[in-house]
Design a protein. Sequence first.
Lengths: 231, 336
Amino acid sequence: MICFDNITKRYGEGHDALGNVNFELASGQMAFLTGHSGAGKSTLLKLIMLIERPTRGNVLIGGKNLAQVSASQIPYLRRQIGVVFQNHQLLFDRSVFDNVALPLQISGMPAKDQGRRVRAALDKVGLLHKEKSNPLALSGGEQQRVGIARAVVNKPAILLADEPTGNLDPKLSAEIMQLFQDFKSVGVSVLIATHDISLINSMNCPIMELSDGRLIRNDIEHVASAAMEPH
Amino acid sequence: MAKRNSAKVQGAKLSSAKVSGGKVSRVSTIDLLKAWWAHHKDSCSNSLLRLLSTPVQTFLTCLVIAIAIALPTGLFLSLQSAQQLGQGWQDSAQMSAFLERGAKPLAIEKLQASLEKNPSIKSIDVVSPAKALSEFQRYSGLGDVLLELDENPLPTVFIIQPVNTLDDTKQLSALQKTIEASPLIDTVQLDLGWLRRLHELLVLGERFVIALASLLSIGVLLIIGNTLRLAIENRREEIVVTKMVGGTNGFVRRPFLYTGLWYGIGGGLLSVVLLIVIGLWLADPINSLIGLYESEYSQGGLSVSAVAVLLLGSACLGWLGAWVAVARHLRQIEPT
């Protein structure tokens, strides 16, 4: 589902943020991306989101080479990817419901279908009773779950999470991880960037570890040939 | 724990449709069009509500726009009135042919008939000595003094309206000579100098108003652009999140374009109010001035069509100003 084929990303003339990174994350697979601060985790996620473009190499999402995605097509690609941010990125000028509904509004879903989908997503994260609240009135863990509901409401094939448990205590973190497990088990590819070692160790998931832009540990095999096949 | 399990079950239900394809749900073209229309409606009403939620700020911005619009419009309307007034005089770029005093009525009629055949002459008004005297009595203020006169000293006058007006001075002069050639005619008066000066003055005024209007239109664009720059800055977070979850530039742009449109319409409406108030204030002196010029011209206020043009123009300016601001600033706001 996500395939990095010999990716190098260089900012300006400086050092390589990522150097010769290869991996392939299959559908329904969940992996952790770890490494010290500045190792390149965020850069790797940005390449998937097309916030950045690689200096060399190809990124393939669902068999599509991102080099062929023009700037005007980027929004449509992003609709296939759910993202969970460390700081939730919720909008406080609207209710929980409207926050979760935003991706559906953007993709042009009829309002009556939106309601159904939003409530299903909120139910999934256990916050259906909070749909009318303002996100400001929620706890940190609840805000994060609203963020997850928004990330999955469009039923994306890929779920990215950038330090999703950064501000949460271990119990809440475990709950969030369980949610990700659930999505994985229904076929979503989940990639979680974190440096929370205890969290990683508590889960039985493949790990990719970055150090200075290099993958120094890669539990998921890179099968370039399989990834290049048209889907 | 029980909660989590129920969530799991829900999750399975939620996802059952998706698992097979692992693709984002597709939306039909008609739904997309409906959604596009719905977003236009939402953007339109939400941007208005947003503006109304800060009424003082919105009013002040609209007032600035209104002043910038009302100033050239007001000048333009006054200029139009002046032109109308001038047109009245221009039409009276007529010649006064004074006949010899002893001319017989029959000869006068013959002369009139022959002159009326001249293609350069549109019409001839004959002012008999008696009529001229009574008019003179009425307007000169001499009144009864004139009654003391033994005989009417005034000649018959032909007020000749030429077809070609002051654009064609040479032809007018030629016509003047032709008429003067008749033995019955004493003199023909034709004064073009002051008319030409007025004409030039009006042309100058028109250019001045156009220049002013252009400058102030740019001013309106900048005002709206700057106001929207702030609005965009205030909603930076929302823009980033929207782009992150797949919002197109058009989607992000739309509410701001409507905001600009509303500013334009608000400014236009306020400028109409300003113009009406100023117009009422000026009405009395203008009317007495017109009275002095014995002109029949009606006061050139704001007509319905002028209001429509003004509102349309200001709405366009608002929309355009928004485009300028949005094109410049939205591109800079990308998720990082």
